[in-house]
Design a protein around this ligand. Structure first.
Ligand code: SF4
Ligand code: SF4
Length: 399
């Protein structure tokens, strides 16, 4: 592979220490093997292990001590594959650009008040001191963004306004570039002070990936909603009414790990303030496992996602906690769905579901039923295409 277009690896800063791959929880490489694999990757040669076993968890970027972006070097091979062959049609139902897709198909099955929220967010212009970008995961779980914690925040967005995260994780760099152009044009000239994100994936895309690697240009500040809420709770502006008194295994998201304390520390502080006893699966959040969603990015195969999710569900079960706590809507949906196939004793709950309960609302946990429908839709609409050899290319509409 030649260096050049969409090459984000910092060759000049890499000392081939191999730490990025040696620490990976999926490759199972010795430090020496990691160095050898890294040498092959940097030379643009086929690797023996990485391109076969990588599940696109993004953690190697966090492990690199010199910020060289080994992840982007690895998934560049998938970008080349896409350019040559396109995407298998079996993946099309899972792509945000498809209408309907596995998320948007769920809207008509939601409670009327949730559907009304989605309609309102679509019709609301993104203007104001505090605007929240809901992204496709929160749009699939609109109840998360309804309650006193959202007072004073303008929610604006729709399924059409994709942040490009799935395309980025699949190495579809030219598609992400189109997304960056589209979002730049959409937000140009809007009067937005701070854009809040409930989803760490959206935050990382808008703050780092789209401007840093794909030429997007946004004039607003960006902030994680959990960090904003923590400030409100600590200042007493948002009063918690209930102690939750439960134990939770803490799952971190891939983008949460990349963003660091703003996400990983603020969520833990919020859990603690709500009375939740947190049980860690790893000593350092960077070493945590993926929910399984990203594992479909390499071979586009559902069994890869299942196996990765089971690994995390098992790790959570080993903590002995009563529940499994997530803060990313994508992780939440994936783990809740996989529990139908690999039942565990720990229900999966979202940070904002805990918060709403702590603020005095009655518990409302739609993810189990919603993900059962999601699974049934995927079986009906995507599985019949598993054996197909047909491919296609993703079209992103003009701004
Ligand atoms: S993306 Fe994740 S699975 Fe792939 S090499 Fe990096 S750390 Fe390992
Ligand atoms: S990318 Fe970073 S961690 Fe990986 S070999 Fe290079 S310097 Fe070491």
């Amino acid at each position: 592979m030649n260096r050049g277009e969409f090459d984000y690896f910092r060759y000049e800063d890499c000392d081939l220490c191999g730490e990025c791959l040696a620490r990976c929880r999926y490759l199972a490489l010795t430090p020496r093997e990691a160095v050898e694999e890294m040498k092959r990757l940097v030379a643009g040669e086929p690797t023996r292990v990485v391109h076969r076993r990588c599940i696109s968890c993004y953690a190697c970027d966090v492990f690199c001590p010199h910020d060289c972006h080994p992840y982007e070097l690895i998934i560049r091979a998938w970008h080349e594959r896409y350019r040559e062959r396109g995407l298998p049609v079996r993946a099309s139902y899972l792509m945000p650009a498809s209408h309907p897709n596995f998320r948007s198909d769920l809207v008509r099955t939601m409670a009327p008040w949730e559907q009304e929220l989605i309609r309102t967010w679509k019709a609301t212009p993104p203007e104001g001191e505090l605007v929240l970008y809901p992204g496709c995961n929160a749009l699939t779980l609109p109840h998360l963004l309804h309650g006193p914690h959202m007072d004073g925040i303008v929610v604006s967005g729709d399924f059409e306004l994709c942040c490009g995260e799935m395309y980025f994780r699949m190495g579809l760099f030219d598609v992400v570039e189109r997304v960056a152009e589209r979002l730049t044009a959409y937000y140009r000239g809007r009067d937005i002070g701070t854009m809040l994100f409930a989803c760490p994936a959206g935050l990382n895309l808008f703050r780092n990936v789209l401007p840093g690697q794909f030429g997007a240009d946004f004039s607003f500040r960006t902030r994680y909603l959990g960090d904003y809420i923590l400030e409100k709770v600590e200042s007493g502006e948002l009063g918690l009414k209930r102690e939750l008194n439960r134990s939770v295994a803490v799952h971190d998201s891939c983008h949460g790990r990349v963003l660091g304390d703003e996400v990983t520390a603020s969520t833990r502080k919020l859990y603690a303030l709500m009375g939740l006893e947190t049980r860690e699966m790893v000593g350092d959040p960077a070493d945590g496992l993926c929910c399984g969603m990203a594992a479909g990015c390499n071979r586009y195969r559902p069994e890869d996602m299942y196996l990765a999710a089971v690994k995390e569900l098992r790790a959570a079960a080993r903590t002995g906690a009563g529940e499994l706590a997530t803060y990313c809507g994508g992780c939440h949906l994936t783990l809740a769905m996989m529990r139908w196939l690999f039942p565990t004793r720990q229900p999966v709950r979202h940070l904002l579901e805990y918060l709403k309960e702590a603020l005095g609302e009655d518990p409302y946990y739609p993810a189990p039923r919603r993900t059962l429908r999601m699974f049934a839709n995927v079986v009906r609409k995507a599985f019949p295409k598993l054996a197909s050899r047909r491919t296609y290319r993703i079209e992103i509409p003009s701004p």
